[in-house]
Design a protein. Structure first.
Lengths: 385, 385
C-alpha cells in the first residue's frame, strides 16, 4: 500500500491476527470493534466517552447522513471529523444495506437504485457513482463500495445476481473514486481508502467467487465482508468466514460488517477477521440489555432492585466504576436518559475491551485457549434473565 | 447555628449578598443555582458533568422518590449521596408542590393529604410526620418542610388558609424532625437541616405574616420561599421577595423555590435571595431552547443550519467549547440523545455561571451596575427565534 494507509500484521495465532491498520487519522490496533454513529453520533455517547472507553475508529452511515443533514452540509462544516468532533479514524458504510432494506419502496436496476426516503417519502437515487460522491463529501478515512445486499436466507440464484452486480458496481465505484481523488483534492479527507465488499449470501461457491472476483479487480487497502448477520444461522455465517478467509490476501485488513455480538466477534477473530461494527451495544442499551462475562442480562429484572454490585464485576468502564445495578435499574425504570448513556457506555466498552483482550491473546500465542475459555464462560449461565 | 451547618455572609451590596453556606457535604458559595435531579438524576447529566460545570449543590424530590424507587430502597442503598454518586450537598423538596398539583386526585385535611400516585393510581398519604421520615431516609443535607401550596393567583382567603396550615405543619415537622435526629442516628446523613417555607401567595400581608410566624417558631438554619413562579406575574413575585426580605433574618440563607429563568435569578439576588433551583434548564433543553447572554434561542431554528459558532460565544461549557450550533441542531432534529445532553449541560452551566458572576459582582461592590447591564443585554434582542 502507498500513502497514509498500511496494515502491519504483528502476529498470527491459527487464523487469528493481531495487527495495526494505519489511516490518515491515526492507527487502529486490530482486532478492533468500531462503535456505530449512524447519524454522526454514537447514540447517547460523546467523543470523550468514546476515547475514555478505548474506541479508536467509529462508523457513520452514508444513507442516513445523505438524508439528514445532507452530505453537502457535512462537507460545508468541514467533513465528518470536524462536524462531530471525532479526531480518530472514521469509516462510512455506503448505505447499500439500508437502501436494500426498503422493501417495496425501491426499484433496482443495473444503473442503481431508486427509492423513497424513510423520512419524508422523497424520491432518491443511489448509484455507485453518486454514493462515491456522498462518501467523498462526508470525508471518512475508509469508505465502503455501494453493493447489492440480499437477505441472509436468499436462494442461490438471487444471491448470485446480487453478488455479480456488486462486482460490476465495485468497478464503477473505483472509477469514480479515482476520479474524485484526482479532481477533488480539497475534500475533507483528501486521501481515502475504498473497501470492496464480499457478497454471496450463505453459498460457499458464491462467497469464494466473490472474493476471487474482487481480487481479480486489483489490490485493495482492505476488504469488507457483507451480507452476514442478516437472518442466517450462526454456523452458516462462520462457514462463510472460513471460505472467505482462504481467498482474501493475508496482508490486508478484513472488516466483517454489522457483526455483532460478543460470541460472533470471538468466532470472527478465529476466522481471520480484523474489524467489526454493530449497533447492538447501543441499541441493546435502549432495551435495558447489557453484557457480562457470563452472558447477557437485562437491567429491568427485579433481581437487581437492591443490588449494589456494578453491571459486571470485572468491568472497568465508567458506569461500572461508579454506579450500582440498583441505581441504573431505577434510572431505566424511571425512563431517565442517564440510564441509556450508562448502559451504552458499558456495552460498547465491553466489546472494545473484548477485542483488546483477543489481541493480547493473539500476541501471546494463547488465542485458542483464551477464546475457548471465554466462550465457555459467556455461555455458562443456563437461565436467562 | 451549631453542628455542621453555618452561613457566613461575606459581603452585601444593596440587598444582594455573597456568602458561604456550610453543610455536612461541603460548602456552597452563594448566590448559587442548584440543578434539579427530581428522580436522583439531573436529567441527561452525570455527576462528572455537574462537577465540571461548577454545580456544588443539587436537588431531589421526596414525592417522586417516595413513589419510585421508594425512600426505603434509597436508604437501603446508603442514601441519596451514595445511590446517585453525588458527594456534594443535596436538598430534597418535600413534595408539597407535587401533591397539591394533583388536582382532583387528592383530599386535603388538617392531618395531611391523601392522594393517588400519578404512576399507578395507588392511594398514598403524606403528613408532616411521614414526609419527615421520607426525607430522613433519603438523607439530603437540607430537607424542606411539608407545606400547603396553592396556585399563584389564589385569592386572599385561600392563600391565608394554606399559609396558616403550613405554619401548623411546620411545627409538626419540627417535632418529628427532632425526634428522628435523636432516635434515628444511623440515617444516611445523621445531622440534617430542616428549612421552613414562607407562603402567602401574592398577598403582601400574608407573606409578611408567614415570615413573621416562622420566625416566632424559633431559629432556623435557612428559610425557603415557596409558592412563587407558579403562574403569577413577575412584578408580583418580585414584590413578594421585597416583603419577605424585610422580615427574614439577614444571617441565614434564603432559598427561592422553583425559580427560575436568568432574569428571575438576577432579580432574586437583588432582593436578598441566596439559593435557587429550577427544572427549566434541563426541561428547556428537551424542547431545543437554550440560553445566551442576549436572550433565549431555539436550536431547531433553520438559521443555525450551517452555523459553526457555539451555542453562546462567551460560554465556557463543554458543549460550547467543542460543538457548533449546526451539529447540535442536526442532533436535535435527528432526535439523537446527545442533543439533550449538550443543551442541558449548556443551560445548567449558564445559570450556575450567572450566579458565580453575580457573586463576584457583590464581592466587588458592583452588583447594581452589573445586574443592570446584564439584564439590558439579555433583553436586548427584540425578535425571538
Amino acid at each position: 500500500m502507498t500513502g497514509p494507509f498500511s496494515f502491519d500484521v504483528q502476529h498470527t495465532d491459527g487464523h487469528a491476527r493481531a495487527g495495526v491498520f494505519h489511516t490518515p487519522h491515526g492507527p487502529v490496533e486490530t482486532p478492533q470493534f468500531m462503535p456505530v454513529g449512524t447519524l454522526a453520533s454514537v447514540k447517547a455517547l460523546d467523543p470523550d466517552d468514546l476515547h475514555r472507553l478505548g474506541a479508536t475508529m467509529i462508523l457513520a452511515n452514508a444513507y442516513h447522513l445523505r438524508l439528514r443533514p445532507g452530505d453537502d452540509l457535512v462537507r460545508t462544516m468541514g467533513g465528518l471529523h470536524r462536524f462531530m468532533q471525532w479526531d480518530g479514524p472514521i469509516l462510512t458504510d455506503s448505505g447499500g444495506f439500508q437502501v436494500f432494506s426498503l422493501e417495496g419502496l425501491r426499484t433496482i436496476e443495473e444503473e442503481g437504485v431508486e427509492f423513497r426516503s424513510h423520512l419524508d417519502g422523497s424520491l432518491q437515487q443511489f448509484t455507485p457513482e453518486s454514493v462515491m460522491r456522498i462518501e467523498r463529501n462526508l470525508g471518512a478515512d475508509v469508505i465502503m463500495q455501494f453493493d447489492h445486499v440480499v437477505p441472509g436466507q436468499s436462494p442461490h440464484d438471487l444471491a448470485q445476481v446480487a453478488m455479480e452486480r456488486s462486482i460490476r458496481w465495485l468497478v464503477r465505484c473505483r472509477t469514480e473514486f479515482d476520479r474524485l481523488q484526482a479532481e477533488d483534492p480539497l475534500a475533507p479527507t483528501p486521501v481515502q481508502a475504498l473497501f470492496p465488499i464480499v457478497q454471496g449470501g450463505i453459498h460457499a461457491d458464491l462467497r469464494r467467487a466473490s472474493a476471487q472476483a474482487i481480487r481479480n479487480t486489483g489490490d485493495w487497502v482492505g476488504y469488507g465482508i457483507g451480507g452476514l448477520s442478516v437472518g442466517e444461522a450462526k454456523p452458516d455465517m462462520y462457514a462463510m468466514l472460513d471460505v472467505v478467509n482462504e481467498v482474501l490476501p493475508t496482508d490486508r485488513p478484513r472488516y466483517l460488517m454489522g457483526v455483532g455480538f460478543p460470541e460472533d466477534l470471538v468466532e470472527g477473530v478465529a476466522r481471520g477477521v480484523d474489524l467489526f461494527d454493530c449497533v447492538a451495544p447501543t441499541r441493546m442499551g435502549r432495551t435495558g440489555a447489557f453484557f457480562t462475562t457470563t452472558g447477557r442480562r437485562n437491567i429491568r429484572n427485579a433481581q437487581w432492585r437492591t443490588d449494589s454490585a456494578p453491571l459486571d464485576a470485572s468491568c472497568t468502564c465508567v458506569a461500572c466504576a461508579r454506579f450500582s445495578r440498583a441505581y441504573i435499574r431505577h434510572l431505566f425504570v424511571a425512563e431517565e436518559i442517564l440510564a441509556l448513556r450508562l448502559l451504552s457506555l458499558h456495552n460498547v466498552h465491553f466489546l472494545v475491551a473484548l477485542m483488546r483482550d483477543a489481541r493480547a491473546a493473539v500476541l501471546a500465542g494463547t488465542f485458542e485457549g483464551w477464546s475457548h475459555d471465554w466462550l465457555a464462560r459467556y455461555h455458562s449461565r443456563s437461565t436467562p434473565s
